[in-house]
Unconditional design. Structure first.
Ligand SMILES: Cc1cc2nc3c(=O)[nH]c(=O)nc-3n(C[C@H](O)[C@H](O)[C@H](O)COP(=O)(O)OP(=O)(O)OC[C@H]3O[C@@H](n4cnc5c(N)ncnc54)[C@H](O)[C@@H]3O)c2cc1C
Length: 325
């Protein structure tokens, strides 16, 4: 059987949602008996996260070297590449998160193979397997095949559906990768967790984003109220972040976060390519702009040409009414 490794990332006390999505998708395509799937965790693994992971995988391999306790691209890459090589893995998959995008290319280099990054779709059972990834700001979707082995992928969050947790727990194996401290050249000095009640933008199903059309920081309450009414996470354009109306953590785009929600609502956003590059794989896009020629409408499934100062409160009120009724 061809071995598939899914790198699982821990955030707080639990695995990241994208890691569970990938384990579920891998379990689905492994059903034909051609693949065996293992989850690989490196460094910190709280008990609650381990228990949850074991209900989504038949085998969880955990690298516990003290040198890997804190993330470093060199350490993680060596551990994962070493394990892939040792077991003859045919595929190594991780979420296209900050960490996944940072160290999976190094895994590909160590294994002398290629990588498809930001994958949003796959035909696992094709021969050869084909993967879909956006290019040129989402204007083109490229189909990628590998001429080398193993296949290395980073996959955007929300690209594959979550499945149900299994009652029967998987097998848990602790390992060390034998990483020598002098192979790690970067040192994490401090980790600052943003204290937030809402779901992280990169994993959010629903996003309401605002741009410069909001005119002032205080007007973002219109975005927050609509987001509150549907349980969405708030996003912003870079212009808004540069103007200090929102924190950098809210920025969507080329120099911000890449998001793939089920629904993206953008108000007062022109649709500059740098912004589009961060949201072009949203499943449904609703754009609100008073300019009928705004570029964002080219990427929208639904558009409202109107003044956001009228449209947003009306939408919020209607949604609240429907929720209460
Ligand atoms: C290297 C580089 C990296 C970049 N990275 C990013 C990035 O990561 N993310 C990002 O977002 N940008 C990024 N940018 C900036 C990007 O090019 C745009 O300048 C920016 O996205 C524009 O933001 P905006 O849509 O909020 O503002 P604008 O382009 O000013 O658009 C405002 C829109 O609001 C509409 N509007 C105004 N008033 C109303 C109203 N009352 N009702 C309804 N609509 C209204 C207008 O018609 C207009 O379309 C980057 C730029 C560079 C050069």
């Amino acid at each position: 059987m061809d071995k598939v490794l899914v790198f699982v990332e821990i955030k707080g006390d639990g695995p990241r949602k994208v890691s569970l999505e990938l384990l579920c998708e891998a379990a689905r395509f492994a059903q034909n008996g051609r693949f065996s799937v293992e989850a690989v965790c490196i460094g910190r693994l709280p008990d609650a996260a381990r228990d949850k992971l074991l209900s989504y995988t038949e085998k969880l391999v955990h690298f516990t070297d003290p040198e890997l306790a804190v993330y470093s691209p060199e350490g993680y890459a060596r551990a994962l590449a070493g394990y892939a090589r040792e077991g003859g893995a045919k595929m190594v998959i991780a979420g296209a998160t900050g960490i996944g995008r940072d160290f999976l290319p190094r895994v590909a280099v160590l294994l002398e193979t290629g990588i498809a990054s930001d994958v949003t779709g796959a035909n696992w059972l094709n021969e050869p397997m084909t993967f879909v990834r956006p290019m040129f700001g989402g204007k083109v979707f490229a189909e990628v095949v590998f001429s080398t082995s193993p296949v290395i992928l980073t996959v955007r969050p929300n690209s594959f559906a979550m499945g149900e947790a299994q009652e029967k727990g998987g097998e848990y194996i602790e390992k060390t990768a034998g990483i020598s401290p002098d192979t790690i050249h970067t040192k994490v000095v401090r980790v600052e967790e943003a204290s937030r009640d809402t779901v992280d933008l990169t994993e959010a199903d629903l996003i309401v984003a605002g741009g410069r059309g909001l005119k002032a920081a205080e007007n973002f309450n219109l975005i927050e109220e609509l987001a509150g009414a549907i349980g969405a996470t708030v996003g912003a354009t870079r212009s808004v972040v540069d103007a200090k109306w929102r924190e950098q953590a809210d920025q969507i785009g080329k120099s911000g976060k890449t998001v793939s929600p089920k629904l993206y609502i953008g108000a007062g956003i022109s649709g500059a390519i740098h912004h589009i590059m961060g949201m072009d794989t949203s499943k449904v896009v609703l754009a609100i702009n008073r300019d009928p020629n705004a570029i964002i409408f080219n990427y929208a499934n639904y558009g409202i040409v109107g003044d956001l100062f009228e449209v947003l409160p009306a939408m919020t009120q209607e949604l609240k009414k429907r929720k209460e009724g």
